[in-house]
Design a binder for this molecule. Structure first.
Ligand code: ADP
Ligand code: ZN
Length: 431
């Protein structure tokens, strides 16, 4: 393919460094044209014209989700609202929603980046693509949609939910690539099983999965259920949406598109950069955004840079699978736990089905954690002894992983609430 966006994809490290330096210099000056950053930079004592090299990056102040809320609705715009052509909002998984504006140029750059991701994992113009994530304010809808059209795919805006119709579309139009949220992919797998629908009837070879944390085991399950290759897709509305970092065919870490996003990994407490390979909070500066640039944005997502070069030859640095959000952390009996650790432990047990839920309860003064686990149909037997043995096997596996005792409830397949959007893994019933 000869599209312009492929050129940056294969930039050498020195080309990437050079483009980052010039873009950082200009993005800081552009950001300073917004009322928010004029003030924010002045407060930090930073003259925008003094930012001349990548080493100057750490002199810049961070931008937080709270800053976005304070700047609501449009104090971060560098130009009049009339120059903007689109608005999206984060799904509000944590706290109130924040709003992002796009100029036409921003939308074009975004579509190019998403198309680049799709091309990287083998999608081509002759693919038929079904986008199974919600449309509307959620960026996984239109963001992915325009990327697929940019690549030239026949694009089906199926949206979320309505599993039977999803299957009909997949089958009737010989869909070859999909975008789907991992928890919904598993749910749809259960529906397929219950309907007695053979996945062999589908021609899907590629799934883009993302928008929520998931483990390697979940990716493998999705690949097995549908007989396809699934690639991890990372993005957030503050950074346009999907298309920030994406797995290549190696399926080992996600390349951050460094010509468009300048990534850092910092210690969440001190804000100091951590060495490559160590886990910290991902911080990103937009390098191309026109309408609403963001400087050193604290994503709250925990990950690490993967050391070393990727065998695929791309020099854009890779981040590891997201471990969770800094504010997802559960503290129970003094121990810090991330929901992904629970998933990791559960998925090592073959009898465990497609869904689980973590419930936090308070008994007297004590916090307790209960994990409700769906069991695959074939293992959900009448024999109490068998189930009790399974229950204690799951409990001890969990205790090994998270170091506290939890209560385990075994439930039938497809009985826990499933969402069409991002899964809500934790139900907190403590006051
Ligand atoms: P909200 O913050 O309200 O969920 P977004 O829709 O912008 O709004 O979601 C972005 C967030 O979703 C990211 O910050 C991250 O926590 C999560 N996310 C997105 N893609 C992935 C992924 N591939 N793996 C893990 N988490 C992801
Ligand atoms: Zn690679």
């Amino acid at each position: 393919m000869t599209n312009a966006y492929c050129q940056e994809e294969f930039f050498s490290r020195s080309q990437l460094d050079a483009v980052q330096r010039t873009r950082l210099t200009s993005i800081v000056q552009r950001a300073a044209q917004s009322p928010f950053y004029a003030e924010h930079l002045a407060q930090a004592g930073v003259d925008p014209l003094s930012i001349q090299s990548l080493d100057d990056l750490t002199r810049l102040p961070f931008t937080t989700k709270d800053d976005l809320r304070q700047a609501y609705p449009n104090r971060m715009l560098t130009r009049p609202v009339t120059d903007m052509v689109r608005l999206h909002a984060s799904s509000g998984t944590t706290g109130s929603a924040t709003v992002i504006y796009y100029t036409q140029n921003d939308l074009d750059c975004w579509a190019d980046l998403v198309a680049r991701c799709m091309h990287m994992v083998g999608m081509r113009a002759d693919d038929t693509f079904q986008n199974m994530s919600g449309y509307g304010l959620f960026t996984g809808g239109l963001g992915i949609h325009y990327g697929a059209e940019r690549l030239g795919c026949l694009t089906i805006p199926a949206g979320a939910g309505n599993s039977k119709r999803q299957l009909k579309l997949l089958e009737d139009f010989h869909v070859s690539a999909i975008h789907i949220i991992p928890s919904y992919a598993l749910h749809l797998g259960t529906v397929i099983e219950q309907m007695g629908f053979s996945p062999d009837r589908l021609k899907v070879r590629i799934a883009l999965i993302g928008a929520e944390p998931h483990t390697e085991a979940i990716r493998r399950r999705i690949e097995e259920v549908y007989g396809l290759k699934a690639y991890n897709s990372y993005g957030l509305s503050e950074m346009n949406g999907p298309g920030v970092a994406f797995e290549c065919l190696e399926q080992n870490g996600m390349h951050v598109w460094e010509d468009a996003y300048l990534p850092e990994v910092v210690d969440p407490d001190t804000g100091q950069p951590v060495p490559d390979g160590e886990i910290g909070e991902l911080v990103i500066t937009t390098l191309c955004r026109e309408g609403m640039p963001l400087i050193r944005y604290r994503t709250k997502d925990l990950t690490r840079f993967l050391p070393g070069a990727c065998p695929c030859g791309r020099m854009h640095r890779r981040i590891d699978r997201i471990k969770g959000r800094a504010d997802d952390m559960i503290i129970i009996k003094g121990v810090n736990i991330y929901p992904m650790q629970v998933e990791q432990a559960l998925m090592t047990i073959p009898e465990v089905g497609q869904n689980y839920q973590i419930v936090l309860e308070r008994e007297g003064y004590l916090d307790q954690m209960r994990v409700k686990v769906e069991i695959k149909n074939e293992f959900f037997v009448e024999d109490m002894r068998v189930l009790q043995a399974l229950q204690s096997r799951i409990s001890s596996r969990l205790r090994d992983e998270i170091l506290i005792s939890v209560r385990v409830d075994l439930v039938e397949s497809n009985s826990l609430p499933n969402s069409e959007g991002k899964a809500q893994r934790v139900l907190d019933l403590r006051e």
